[in-house]
Design a protein around this ligand. Structure first.
Ligand code: ARG
Length: 572
């Protein structure tokens, strides 16, 4: 409702000097004071007059009353003074004309903050660790990361989505030892990631009884780093198996990456950064290992090289940040990981700053809370995990069964398509409904419910707009705007809030603003749908207007679904 806020601020600022003996009120500062009341019975927008009392040397009650006068005769906005507040209500015709006009003119671009033109953002997300399970702990980084990419693209940024695969590191030493001791080529080929994870879990179990296995694993990783051909071949093979499997999950989620440059990509790019670290005198030796002391900044040291000289996760991240800056000239580089890595990223960004890279302040960590599923926490090492692919498969299967029950004659392929869109959409929507930093307990039953604040409910509402529009056929655009009922008013208000919600999602890296918006819009549309007949309204102007509102909801829901990577379906 930014245009309504602007209208109000302009009007007040023009009238203020005459009302308050020459004292002026700036439109910009008024804009900041205007708020959305928690309850629509208090109007669409409110101005609390308490903050103005000091500047204008009058009581808030008096100010509100005086200001209410400036809206007399304003056909677009009406004002009521209530206890020091000024409550504004936008006229329905004004709302309808402006909002429906904007949506019709801008279509799928409606709501774009347009702040990203000419700017580049790199987003590092998903980034599973090869040969370790791709479990539901990765759901957060995958869907939050991709949603943030969509939101940035919508705002006009050029985006580079990078899957910083965990494809280097000691775990490959472990995998190589495990495979040579207990592995079987055919079994691994047939079993894919599951077979690799099984070996990984077995390694940890056995190493508890026989710690020498860990030494062997370190030795194998060292050989891998030195380019030992047998180890390289095995590593490559593990990686291929994993990537093949991830691709199914990414396809279901409709995610594509611009780059799969993972940790191994930086093998030959670390030496140059080690040189800078040394030159700047940042590296300290500690029992043979090299680290950067960060005690001055209240943080533990950042480990750069192990005793045996092998590199670590941070070493590769330093090289990666430098490479990305050189390659993409980013204005911002966003890392989406669990909040367990918040300290790590604070250390990393500090080290990069100390290295003298002036772009260090454009690195942003976007953390999220931990996931448990049906109350259970995850533990990779013991094998107590739920894989992301299994969670998606369960959701798809359940939706398929529900659809079959509701609609037994639907052809199998049609049903399969719907089940995938709605099942995967349910998981994504449920996950993104949460404020990202909060821990989440994933309850699949709740996510899949067709009632309540879920993905299926939102997709159902979208499908409803499609079927209404189909019935409407070619109703011409409204000539006059008539939208007399409160349900129409609320729907127009909801439609007009989209741009601000997108802006907030962008500014706070918070996709849940979009999911919550979707729920608000769906609720407003469903109330409208039940109360306001469209084809049988008896007034061609009302019918045209309601059809245009339905079309606007269809457009905006479609855009919003795209921003949280939920697919649209015309039938559910
Ligand atoms: N592979 C890591 C993990 O699963 C996440 C990588 C995040 N990105 C980065 N540049 N460190 O925990």
């Amino acid at each position: 409702m930014l245009f309504v806020k602007k209208h109000i601020a302009d009007r007040i600022s023009a009238a203020a000097p005459a009302l308050f003996c020459g004292a002026g009120l700036g439109a910009d500062s008024l804009l900041e004071l205007l708020e959305y009341p928690p309850d629509s019975s208090m109007g669409d927008i409110a101005l609390p007059c308490f903050k103005l009392a000091r500047t204008l040397r009058q009581s808030p009650v008096k100010i509100a009353q005086a200001l209410a006068g400036c809206f007399e005769g304003d056909g677009d906005v009406s004002a009521a003074a209530v206890n020091g507040y000024l409550n504004f209500t936008a006229d329905n015709r004004y709302l309808a004309k402006t909002v429906l006009g904007q949506i019709a003119a801008e279509g799928e671009k409606y709501g774009s903050p347009r702040t990203g033109e000419g700017k580049t953002v790199v987003l590092d997300y998903s980034s599973p660790n090869v040969a370790k399970p791709f479990h539901i702990g990765h759901l957060g980084t995958t869907v939050i990361g991709h949603s943030l990419k969509k939101i940035h693209e919508f705002a006009g940024y050029s985006c580079v989505g990078i899957n910083h695969l965990g494809d280097w590191g000691t775990q490959f030493g472990k995998m190589i030892v495990a495979y040579r001791l207990w592995g079987d080529k055919e079994k691994v080929e047939a079993g894919g990631c599951d077979a690799l994870v099984e070996l990984y879990v077995k390694f940890h179990k056995e190493a508890e009884a026989d710690p020498s296995l860990d030494d062997r694993a370190r030795e194998e990783f060292r050989k891998l780093e030195q380019g030992d051909p047998d180890n390289i071949a095995l590593w490559q093979w593990f990686k291929e198996i994993s990537l093949k499997e991830y691709s199914t999950t990414y396809r279901q989620l409709d995610i594509e990456f611009d780059s799969y440059a993972g940790e191994s990509f930086y093998r030959d790019k670390m030496a140059a950064q080690l040189e800078v670290l040394r030159e700047k005198g940042l590296l300290k030796l500690d029992g043979g290992a090299s680290l950067v002391d960060l005690s001055e900044y209240g943080m533990p040291p950042c480990l750069i090289l192990k005793k045996d000289g092998s590199t670590l996760y941070p070493t590769r991240d330093i090289a990666a940040a430098y490479y990305r800056h050189e390659t993409y000239h980013f204005d911002r580089c966003i890392y989406v990981t669990s909040s367990q890595q918040s300290l790590y990223f604070a250390q990393l960004f500090k080290v990069i700053e100390l290295m003298g890279y002036e772009w260090a302040d454009s690195l942003v960590h976007v953390p999220y809370g931990t996931v448990s599923i049906n109350g259970e926490k995850l533990a990779t090492r013991t094998g107590n995990v739920i894989l992301l692919k299994d969670l998606l498969a369960m959701a798809i299967e359940k939706v398929d069964a529900i659809t079959k029950e509701k609609n037994p004659s639907m052809p199998d392929d049609r049903r399969a398509e719907i089940a995938e869109k709605v099942g995967v959409g349910a998981v994504v929507f449920y996950y993104l409904s949460n404020n990202r930093i909060k821990d989440i307990n994933f309850m699949l039953e709740d996510a899949l419910s067709y009632e309540g604040n879920t993905g299926p409910y939102a997709q159902y509402t979208y499908a409803r707009t499609c079927s209404v529009l189909e019935k409407c056929g070619d109703i011409p655009a409204p000539r006059r705007f008539v939208a007399p009922s409160p349900e129409e008013h609320d729907l127009l208000v909801a439609l007009s809030q989209f741009p601000e919600r997108v802006k907030a999602a962008l500014d706070f890296y918070e996709p849940s603003y979009i999911t919550r918006y979707i729920l608000d819009l769906c609720a407003a549309f469903n109330r409208f749908y039940h109360e306001c007949p469209i084809l049988t309204s008896g007034d061609p102007d009302a019918t045209a207007c309601r059809a245009a509102m339905t079309s606007a909801v269809n457009t905006v829901l479609g855009t919003a679904f795209g921003l949280i990577c939920m697919k649209k379906t015309k039938q559910i």
